[in-house]
Design a protein around this ligand. Structure first.
Ligand code: NDP
Length: 497
C-alpha cells in the first residue's frame, strides 16, 4: 500500500481489509473474499476491501427490512430524523480533507476539485434533505360524490431501497442517493462501484456516529454482476435507484420486471451538446467548452462531449480551446498543482484510447492530445483530446466515451443545430453560449435534455432536479422531485356523514 503516511486519511486506510457495513456492524464477506481497489495514478493497490456477494446482499437486505419494519427510523419524530441528517452533513464537512483525499486517490480526481466542490456538495445534499424531513406533507381533496367524505394524502416511505452507484463522483453519488432516501424514512442498502468503494465506507462510519439506527443504512461494496445484480433482482427490495451506464440501466429495469416490479429510477449516460453561437462571449464560451468537457477527466455523465460551434467562429474557438488544453497540467490528482488526473482504471483508459482510434479511422482530425500521456509513468493518464471536423453520425459523436475526448462539430444556423444536437439516443444535459436572450430561451426549449445550462456549465446544486430525457434515464434526483422517488403516496378517504 503506497499511500503517504502523512495524509489525513492514512489512519482510515490503515485498517485492512475494509469490511462490509451491515446491520450496524463491520463484518467480513460471507465468502471471505476481498478485492483490491487501485490508485489510478500509479496502478498500485490502495486498499483491500471485503467483497460482497449475493449472500451478503441478502444479509444487508434482511437487516434493512428488520430496521424498516421495527419503525426505528421511519417512525422517529421528523425533527429528530432531520437532526441526524444535518449531523451527517456536519461530519462530512469536519472530515472534508479525508473524503477529498480518499476520492482523489481512489478515483484519480484533482484534490482541489474534490475539496472545493464535491465534498461540500455531498454535505449540502444531506443538509438540504434534512430540511425536507419536516415538510413531507400530503394534501386534502374535495370529493363531489353524495354524502360527506374527508379525503387526504400521506407520503410514506417506499420501504427497503437498493442503491447502485458509479465511480465518477463517489462521495457525491453516495450523498445524492442516501440523503433523500433516508429523509423519507426508508432503510437502504448502498452498493458503491468496485473501483471507488472507500469514501462510501467512511461515510458509513459517520452515519453510525450521527446515530442512524443499526440496519437503516448498509454499505456493501462488491461486483456489479453479482452483488449489484442480486440487489436489483431481490424480491424483498421495494425500490432500486441506479446511476450508471444506459446498458446496465436496462438490465436493472429488466431485473425489476422479472422479480417483484420494484420501483426503479435511473440516472444514465449522456452525449451532451455544448453549443457556441457566433454571438457568444467567446472567452467565456471557450472556458465553458473546456470545463464542460474536461472536468473530472471527462468522466461526467453530463460532459459537453459534442461541441457544436457556429461556422463563423469555428476556427477561432477551436484555436483558443487547443491553447487552453495545452496549458493544462496533467498528473496525480492528489498533488494540488495538477488540474487533471488519470482516468479511473486501465479498462477505462483502454476504452478511451479505443475511441480515439475509432475517431482517427472515421476521418476526424485530432488537433490536441490524441493518446496516452506516457511520460507520466504507469498511471492511467490520457491526454485531453480534441477532434475537429467531426460528422454527427460518427461513432465518436454518437457513443458515450466517458473520458477526456471532445468531438467538435460545425453548424450553420439554429434550425440546422437543433436537429443535430437532438440526434443521439441520450438527453441528459446541454449547454448554450449566446448573448441573445431570445435565442437562449428558444434553443433551451427545443433541446431534448433534462438540464440546459445557458452561459454556464456543470452548475449542480441540491435544489436543481437532475435526470434525463430519452435513454438518459427515468425520474429526477435532487430537488423536491427526489422525494417522489422515495415515497409512496397514500390516499385515505373517510365517510364523515
Ligand atoms: P456501470 O453501469 O458499468 O456501473 C454502474 C454501477 O452498476 C456500478 O456500481 C457497477 O458495479 C454496477 N453494475 C454493473 N453491472 C451490473 C449489473 N449487471 N447489475 C447491477 N449492477 C451492476 O457504469 P460505470 O460505473 O462505468 O459509470 C459510468 C456510467 O455512469 C456512464 O455511462 C455515465 O454517464 C453514468 N453516470 C450517470 C450519471 C447521471 O446522473 N445520469 C452520473 C454519473 C455517471 P461495479 O462497477 O462495481 O462492477
Amino acid at each position: 500500500m503506497a499511500v503517504a503516511e502523512d495524509l489525513e486519511v492514512s489512519r482510515f486506510l490503515r485498517e485492512q481489509p475494509k469490511k462490509l457495513f451491515i446491520g450496524g456492524r463491520w463484518i467480513e464477506s460471507a465468502s471471505g473474499k476481498t478485492f483490491d481497489t487501485l490508485d489510478p495514478s500509479s496502478g498500485e493497490v490502495l486498499a483491500k476491501v471485503a467483497e460482497a456477494g449475493a449472500e451478503d446482499i441478502d444479509r444487508a437486505v434482511a437487516a434493512a427490512r428488520r430496521s424498516f419494519e421495527s419503525g426505528v427510523w421511519r417512525d422517529l419524530p421528523p425533527a429528530e430524523r432531520a437532526k441526524v441528517l444535518w449531523r451527517i452533513g456536519d461530519l462530512i464537512e469536519e472530515r472534508a480533507l479525508e473524503f477529498a483525499q480518499l476520492d482523489s486517490l481512489d478515483n484519480g480526481m484533482p484534490i482541489n476539485d474534490a475539496l472545493l466542490f464535491y465534498v461540500p456538495l455531498a454535505a449540502a445534499t444531506f443538509r438540504y434533505y434534512a430540511g425536507w424531513v419536516t415538510k413531507l406533507d400530503g394534501a386534502t381533496q374535495q370529493v363531489s360524490l353524495p354524502g360527506r367524505y374527508l379525503s387526504y394524502t400521506l407520503r410514506q416511505p417506499v420501504g427497503v431501497v437498493g442503491q447502485i452507484i458509479p465511480w465518477n463522483f463517489p462521495i457525491v453519488m453516495a450523498a445524492w442517493k442516501l440523503a433523500p432516501a433516508l429523509a423519507c424514512g426508508n432503510s437502504v442498502v448502498l452498493k458503491p462501484a468496485e473501483e471507488t468503494p472507500l469514501s462510501a465506507l467512511l461515510l458509513a462510519e459517520l452515519m453510525q456516529q450521527a446515530e442512524v439506527p443499526d440496519g437503516v443504512a448498509n454499505v456493501v461494496p462488491g461486483p456489479g454482476e453479482t452483488a449489484g445484480a442480486r440487489l436489483a433482482s431481490h424480491p424483498d427490495v421495494d425500490k432500486i435507484a441506479f446511476t450508471g451506464s444506459t446498458q446496465v440501466g436496462k438490465l436493472i429495469a429488466k431485473a425489476s420486471a422479472d422479480s417483484n416490479l420494484k420501483r426503479v429510477s435511473l440516472e444514465l449516460g449522456g452525449k451532451s451538446p455544448n453549443i457556441v453561437f457566433a454571438d457568444a462571449d467567446l472567452t467565456q464560451a471557450v472556458s465553458g467548452a473546456f470545463f464542460g468537457m474536461f472536468l473530472n477527466q471527462g468522466q461526467v455523465c453530463s460532459a459537453g462531449s459534442r461541441l457544436f460551434v457556429q461556422s463563423k467562429v469555428y476556427d477561432r474557438t477551436l484555436e483558443e480551446l487547443v491553447k487552453t488544453v495545452e496549458e493544462t497540467r496533467l498528473g496525480p490528482g492528489i498533488d494540488p498543482v495538477n488540474q487533471m488526473g488519470p482516468v479511473v482504471s486501465k479498462a477505462q483508459m483502454d476504452r478511451v484510447l479505443g475511441y480515439i482510434a475509432v475517431g482517427n479511422q472515421e476521418g476526424a482530425r485530432v488537433i490536441a492530445g490524441g493518446g496516452r500521456a506516457k511520460e507520466l509513468g504507469p498511471g492511467y493518464f490520457v491526454q485531453p483530446t480534441v477532434f475537429a471536423d467531426v460528422d454527427g453520425k460518427m461513432r465518436i459523436a454518437q457513443e458515450e466515451i466517458f473520458g477526456p475526448v471532445v468531438a467538435a462539430i460545425p453548424f450553420e444556423d439554429e434550425d440546422d443545430l437543433i436537429e443535430k444536437a437532438n440526434s443521439t439516443i441520450y438527453g441528459l444535459a446541454a449547454g448554450v453560449w449566446t448573448t441573445n436572450v431570445k435565442r437562449a430561451h428558444r434553443v433551451a426549449h427545443a433541446l431534448r435534455a433534462g438540464t440546459v445550462f445557458v452561459n454556464c456549465y456543470h452548475i449542480v446544486d441540491p435544489v436543481t432536479p437532475w435526470g434525463g430525457f430519452k435513454q438518459s434515464g427515468w425520474g429526477r434526483e435532487l430537488g423536491p422531485q427526489a422525494l417522489d422517488l422515495y415515497t409512496e403516496l397514500k390516499n385515505v378517504i373517510l365517510d364523515i356523514s
